[in-house]
Design a protein around this ligand. Structure first.
Ligand SMILES: [Zn+2]
Length: 551
């Protein structure tokens, strides 16, 4: 109770009386924002960083040698920029690393053509070229276990030695009215208005949308998927093909969720257009022959993965820390440019700018490039557990983290931010962002959600720490680049990334210079931990129907 009163008084003094803010601003460099803008405008390194993360080291699947090499390069680069204490922090991933090294796919009969595919991660290769007949399985829609058993029993003799198209081809409708590439100022102003009764944004990821409660008598998409895998292994199929079910040739390949190569046959995700063509030829009753050659490799040493950490040391409040980061790991269908090399490049750049213009922050500024995000926020959760614990079971560092800024929604420029904390926590952030309305930044809000999902700031929110999610313009993210074969360097808008780096550098600086840390929830007003969901904790995990439903 005492704590709550203290927070209210602090809030009042900042908004109405202003002595604390005035004091903080006296210590902060009044010309800082123009120095930050100038540094980024004239010496930006973002696209250089992007070239290394994507062209040289992409894709960066957790546990793969590519991810490790990208992390090593980032350490070297940040040391060259003068960051201190740059190091890799190991955490236990518990699965071997996996890479696809070679994949060719062709239809040999009744026509000859190449096919566009990506391998599903943590599945085996073909051990050389294989040629086999194609068959298609079309299980009943939303089956019960009994219906699924009956169906699989009826097709038992069809799969041995054959290549199996698993599931009906999805007819993807042409999008007549594309969604806007940028958010409107009006919508965002309303969203960040502290007096808006609708409250702050709850995120714009597909995974954050309300989902219908599952019917317990029906199998989930995940259960159907697993049962087909088991069935194909048990009955001697030679390869499985999934429909990418996306438009314009995009392929989104996730992983075999057991991470155990013996639990699946070699598996690819095929572009919707090729999957549709083969499905229609099979429906004519014509024999189809396909040829594949897939070489995948596993790396036992990948079971230890690494978070990439570096700092600018603070001065009089050195033991208090402002963190910022994004995830360096990616999926493997492309080079992971918008998800999330650009987030890492932006956060590295924000700290590089501050270092280059010679700031001496009061608090320590620490950048973190996570791994294991795509498999369920694993790296950031391990870090939070190791360093901070949680409000329910805090470690000493728990009380020294001022905030953690996360960016992970593609190439779009930063338009605002949401901080986990009481309404007063948004106020210093709102003030720090206010000078950037000319760059499209529309404000800040406070949130109360402790659910894991979306991205790494929720690992902090979940622990009761002030995680800050940066809201960005959508550009093409969820339409085209998120986890797809189109996620390449070409889809980065350099000017947007530079803008985000400027805004984040400025916000980090202001927080690092304030007299007080951000107001936090106390023990009395901390939202309770949500009940763990029986399914995956991370929104970035495979959601087989999510993107398809949106089209
Ligand atoms: Zn991401």
């Amino acid at each position: 109770m005492l704590k709550r009163i203290a927070v209210r008084l602090l809030c009042l003094s900042m908004t109405a009386l202003g002595p604390l803010t005035t004091l903080a601003q006296q210590q902060a460099d009044p010309d800082i924002n123009s120095k930050i803008r100038h540094e980024e405008g004239s010496h930006s390194q973002i696209m250089h960083t992007m070239h290394y993360f994507t062209d040289i080291y992409g894709p960066r699947l957790t546990g793969s040698p590519n991810h490790k090499a990208a992390a090593d390069w980032a350490i070297k680069q940040m040391k060259e920029w003068g960051f201190e204490n740059a190091h890799l922090e190991p955490w236990d991933f518990g699965h071997p690393g996996w890479t696809n090294e070679h994949l060719t796919a062709h239809i040999l009969s009744p026509v000859k053509d190449q096919l566009a595919c990506r391998a599903l991660a943590w599945t085996p290769g073909t051990n050389g070229t294989i040629t086999a007949k194609a068959v298609q399985l079309i299980p009943p829609d939303k089956p019960t276990q009994a219906e699924m058993d009956a169906y699989l029993n009826s097709v038992k003799d069809k799969v041995k030695g054959n290549i199996v198209l698993a599931g009906k081809h999805l007819f993807v409708k042409v999008v007549i009215e594309p969604t806007p590439r940028r958010s409107s100022d009006e919508t965002l102003k309303k969203r960040y208005d502290p007096n808006n009764p609708e409250g702050p944004p709850q995120g714009n990821r597909p995974g954050n949308r309300e989902q219908e409660p599952p019917d317990p008598t029906k199998l989930t998409a995940r259960q159907i998927n697993e049962q087909i895998d088991q069935f194909l292994v048990a009955n001697g199929a030679v390869l499985r093909i999934n429909d990418s079910a996306l438009d314009h040739g995009q392929i989104r390949a996730f992983n075999n969720r057991t991470f155990d190569l013996t639990k699946t046959v070699p598996t690819v995700v095929m572009r919707n257009e090729d999957y549709g063509r083969i499905s229609r030829i099979l429906a004519d009753g014509t024999r189809v022959e396909l040829e594949f050659n897939i070489a995948n490799k596993t790396y036992p040493e990948g079971s230890t993965s690494y978070n990439t950490i570096a700092e600018i040391s603070g001065t009089d409040r050195k033991d208090e820390v402002i963190m910022l980061g994004g995830h360096l790991d990616s999926w493997h269908s492309a080079t992971g440019a918008t998800d999330n090399a650009i987030g890492c490049a932006t956060m590295m750049e924000a700290v590089r700018i501050l270092k280059a213009i010679g700031v001496k922050p009061r608090r320590t500024i620490r950048v973190a490039l996570w791994s294991g995000e795509e498999e369920g926020l694993l790296g950031s959760q391990a870090y939070v557990k190791e360093h901070f614990g949680s409000v329910e079971d805090p470690r000493p560092e728990f009380f020294k983290l001022d905030a953690y800024f996360n960016i992970d929604a593609g190439t779009g420029r930063a338009r605002g931010a949401a901080v986990f904390g009481p309404p007063a926590a948004a106020e210093p952030l709102r003030k720090a962002l206010a000078p950037f309305s000319d760059l499209g930044v529309m404000g800040a809000a406070a949130t109360r959600g402790r659910n894991l999902g979306g991205s790494d700031h929720t690992s902090f929110n979940h622990a009761g720490l002030p995680g800050i999610g940066v809201n960005q313009d959508p550009i093409e993210y969820f339409q085209y680049t998120w986890h797809t074969s189109l996620d390449t360097y070409e889809h980065i808008i350099e000017d947007d990334a530079k803008t985000s780096a400027i805004v984040i550098a400025a916000a980090i600086y202001q927080l690092a210079m304030m007299d007080e840390m951000l107001p936090r929830f106390g023990k009395d007003d901390m939202p309770p931990l949500p009940k763990p969901s029986p399914e995956t904790p991370a929104a970035s995990q495979p959601r087989p129907t999510g993107s398809q439903q949106r089209r």
